[in-house]
Design a protein. Structure first.
Length: 51
């Protein structure tokens, strides 16, 4: 048996205003990018300063 979901227009507008909620995958990708950039940033700083 197939059931339909119904939402009020005001509920949908409120949900859209709240914006996107990050998924676990989004958070993991952000963490990987942060760590990669910071590791490279530390290496670059060391080379630039002659360390």
């Amino acid at each position: 048996m197939r059931q339909n979901l119904y939402f009020s227009r005001s509920e949908l507008k409120e949900w859209i205003k709240e914006g996107k909620v990050k998924t676990v995958a989004d958070c993991a990708a952000n963490a990987e990018t942060y760590l990669k950039d910071n590791r490279l940033g530390v290496a670059r700083k060391g080379k630039a300063n002659g360390v």
